[in-house]
Design a binder for this molecule. Structure first.
Ligand code: KG4
Ligand code: ZN
Length: 364
């Protein structure tokens, strides 16, 4: 059946129930979104424990774990939603960006299942799904809005005019914010994934002890750079360690351990203050430049409370509104893929070709 006829048929029957599958990195996420009742069910399997011993994601292990977990998770979600596979109208899955092996697991599964059911697939850009995630909430933004995407692989400011009308107005020229969080966490001896642990450590930090630079705020434009900030944190920590060593070699009575713990927290605090302040400055600049009054913040780092405080304070002064996904939908999940799939299905962006094609570097 031709795509257009099939799509029209769904509209006439008024039946839209989309299964969403996320396997771009280290989380297997599955959900079902229904046009009448919203999110029917969602479930997530995190691979954190699997990768923790290696200090970061091991791509091959990630792919194998998706293979193990995807089918049971799909069954579980269909059960929770009280529907069967035959009740689905389409299957949405992450096409990219992400790890190629991990993406292929989701794509192959989704395309084969959809083919066997005779329904279309909706390949989804993972970053688009992140920026649409706040639309799953009760307090949701209207179009147009500015989106700040802060994840492990991306830091982007996007002018979102409507679905499928995105213009990147600023992005990181090197490390993503989440990546910088993870690297600084590693420097401070925290385990993977470091972002949430660094946030926790920073709550004990003294904001007045160190002041880290705010990268690229004095330059025109909306781009970011976080790799220098990571090096700044490394140098700051190394200087402290060298001083501590010299002091103890000189036989000084050091208030060592307590001081060491406090220093780690102070560095975490200084780093986080710099990141949140920098992001707030650039968001303010972008809102003014784009003449927008709505800001959407999404991606793993949008779960950070200090970032939320900084952005809320900035927005209040600007007379703007800020929208976030619920904490569970800040990092990778199946619900955002199911929802993005639903929105793309509505505009007829579907695929019936059984083509298993992913793009690890897919751009918005
Ligand atoms: O969106 P996400 O789950 O995956 C990607 O698409 O990359 O983002 C993961 C990133 C990791 O770098 C993680 O450390 C960071 O988000 N993250 C945080 C927090 N929670 C997750 N960073 C800072 N504070 C947090 N509370
Ligand atoms: Zn993500």
């Amino acid at each position: 059946m031709n795509d257009f006829i099939l799509h029209t048929l769904y509209f006439i029957l008024n039946f839209m129930r989309i299964l969403g599958i996320e396997t771009s990195c280290d989380e297997t996420g599955v959900a079902v979104f229904d046009d009448k009742n919203g999110l029917l069910a969602h479930a997530l399997h995190s691979q954190v424990k699997l990768h923790a011993q290696y200090g970061g994601v091991v791509p091959e292990l990630a792919s194998r774990d998706h293979v193990r977990k995807l089918l049971p998770l799909v069954k579980e979600v269909l059960n929770m939603a009280k529907i069967e596979a035959k009740d689905l109208s389409a299957i949405a899955y992450t096409k990219g960006p992400g790890l190629i092996g991990a993406l292929l697991v989701g794509a192959a599964f989704a395309e084969s299942l959809a083919f066997s059911l005779g329904i279309p697939t909706v390949p989804i850009n993972h970053m688009e799904a992140h920026l649409l995630a706040p639309l799953l909430e009760e307090n949701k933004p209207e179009f147009p809005f500015l989106a700040l995407l802060v994840s492990g692989g991306h830091t982007q400011l996007v002018h979102v005019a409507e679905i499928n009308n995105y213009r990147i107005v600023g992005e990181s020229v090197d490390d993503a914010v989440g990546e910088a969080f993870d690297k600084v966490a590693k420097i401070l001896g925290l385990s993977y994934p470091g972002g949430p642990l660094l946030e926790k450590l920073a709550t004990k930090g003294d904001s007045k002890r160190f002041y880290f630079p705010r990268p690229m705020v004095n330059r025109k434009g909306l781009d970011f750079s976080f790799s220098g900030l990571k090096t700044y944190a490394l140098n700051c920590f190394n200087e402290y360690i060298a001083m501590k060593k010299k002091f103890s070699e000189g036989g000084g009575t050091n208030r060592t351990e307590q001081n060491y713990e406090q220093t780690r927290a102070d560095i975490a605090r200084a780093f986080q203050d710099s990141v949140t302040n920098t992001l707030a400055i650039k968001c303010r600049r972008a809102l003014r430049q784009e003449n927008l009054k709505r800001l959407v913040v999404a991606g793993g780092v949008s779960a950070n409370s200090a970032l939320r405080e900084a952005l809320n304070a900035m927005a209040k002064k600007e007379g703007a509104e800020v929208y976030y996904p619920r904490i569970a939908f800040c990092s990778d999940n199946g619900a955002m893929i199911a929802y993005a799939g639903y929105r793309r299905f509505l505009i007829g962006d579907i695929n019936m070709s059984l083509m298993i094609k992913v793009d690890p570097r897919l751009r918005l």
